[in-house]
Design a protein around this ligand. Structure first.
Ligand SMILES: *[C@@H]1O[C@H](CO)[C@@H](O)[C@H](O)[C@H]1NC(C)=O
Ligand SMILES: *[C@@H]1O[C@H](CO)[C@@H](O)[C@H](O)[C@H]1NC(C)=O
Ligand SMILES: *[C@@H]1O[C@H](CO)[C@@H](O)[C@H](O)[C@H]1NC(C)=O
Length: 364
């Protein structure tokens, strides 16, 4: 046990060292970038593991961190790549008391499995927001009693507020056998939660927002395995799941329009993750992937290599040799290779409305 924890902390040290030595001192940002992120497993950098001790076993983490960090991928997530584009060190999970972080570059409130509703169940968007309000109040209190280096009022104003949530709300609705009509009726209440979150952050001084829409839910190997007789689109994804995702995205897009008029001086960037991911899956071979609808890590082999009873990281799972050939890592989450391409498309600005460089928030 002792040997194991020693080797873990040593590899952690070398990993940090490696990052630091890669990060140049010069930066386009006038101020060190500060980001607060809210969301689900798509952007959880270790919150579930730290918060609930929920084990995330190898081979999670195998291709980049070489240990499990609690991220649901074999390596980095989209948010990690976005962060690295700023030459910043990775964002610590708010719940991670052992990260050694003083949260001077922000905090990540995202936790695996989170949705917007129900509102008061950990770690819903509303609870993540309450945690942020506490974080901000406590940080300013500590700063006023002489703790240097912490984020100050100005820092909270200049920070970027990122939100990536909604996938689990949609997935839960399908799991509960809701009809498409019922789901359609539920979307406005999900959107209201996101609206409330942005408005509270705005009332707290936040002015810069970066909002990801939701990906093509019907292309996840897990859903394809679960729904055996569903109608498939030309790519082989579940039509009704993808329709629900697009409907949600349309509502989210309208919300962003509305908030831009309502919240004076706020910059709200909407990013079309759906289009990026769908293109990646539809044109998989062009991007160097071979089985766009099959998980690298799972059970059962083709077509989906997914089985809810033998999931990745649990006894009996099977894992592919070359994760970089797969878009889906575990049937639900993208591989590091896929996340890296998604990140480069996000950074291209072609999928953002309005077209905005990711560095926009740190230039003044
Ligand atoms: C990060 O570092 C690279 C290489 O030095 C530099 O070109 C780039 O402008 C930096 N990015 C930011 C956002 O500071
Ligand atoms: C949904 O329907 C399936 C198949 O008819 C059934 O097995 C499952 O128990 C239902 N789930 C709920 C939450 O009602
Ligand atoms: C696939 O790639 C082609 C050519 O670049 C493009 O026109 C098409 O829109 C892509 N498909 C999807 C679903 O994005």
């Amino acid at each position: 046990m002792a040997t194991q924890s020693l080797s873990l902390s040593l590899s952690h040290f070398f990993f940090l060292f490696f990052l630091t030595s890669l990060s140049p001192v010069s930066s386009q940002c006038k101020h060190p970038p500060i980001i607060f992120n809210f969301g689900d497993s798509n952007s959880d950098t270790g919150g579930l593991l730290a918060g609930l001790g929920f084990p995330v076993n190898p081979p999670y983490g195998r291709s980049f961190f070489r240990r499990s960090t609690g991220r649901l991928s074999d390596g980095r997530l989209l948010i990690d790549f976005l962060y690295q584009s700023l030459n910043a060190s990775f964002l610590s999970p708010y719940l991670d008391s052992l990260s050694g972080s003083k949260f001077t570059n922000g905090a990540n409130f995202a936790v695996v499995g989170s949705s917007t509703l129900p509102k008061f169940i950990p770690f819903s968007l509303n609870i993540q927001l309450m945690q942020f309000l506490h974080f901000k109040a406590r940080t300013l209190e500590l700063a006023s009693s002489g703790e240097g280096s912490l984020i100050n009022e100005e820092g909270f104003k200049k920070a970027l507020y990122m939100i990536d949530i909604g996938q689990n709300d949609l997935a839960d609705s399908f799991d509960k056998n809701m009809s498409y009509a019922q789901l359609t009726k539920r979307i406005p209440s999900i959107i209201i939660e996101i609206k409330n979150a942005v408005k509270s952050l705005y009332n707290q001084g936040g002015r810069k927002f970066w909002i990801h829409n939701t990906g093509p839910l019907g292309c996840l190997p897990q859903k394809l395995w679960l729904v055996q007789k569903g109608v498939l689109d030309q790519v082989g994804c579940l039509s009704v799941y993808n329709s629900a995702a697009r409907l949600f995205n349309e509502a989210l897009w309208h919300l962003c329009q509305e908030l831009r008029t309502e919240l004076e001086g706020a910059a709200i960037v909407y990013v079309d993750i759906y289009a990026i991911k769908y293109d990646l899956i539809a044109n998989a071979t062009k991007y160097g992937f071979s089985n766009p609808l099959m998980a690298c890590c799972g059970f059962g082999g083709p077509p989906y290599n997914y089985n809810v009873r033998v999931t990745c990281g649990n006894p009996g799972h099977e894992v592919c040799a070359e994760g970089s050939r797969f878009i889906s890592w575990d049937g639900i989450h993208f591989s590091e290779a896929a996340n890296s391409i998604v990140a480069s498309r996000v950074l291209s600005t072609a999928y953002s409305s309005p077209r905005t460089a990711f560095t926009f928030f740190c230039q003044d």
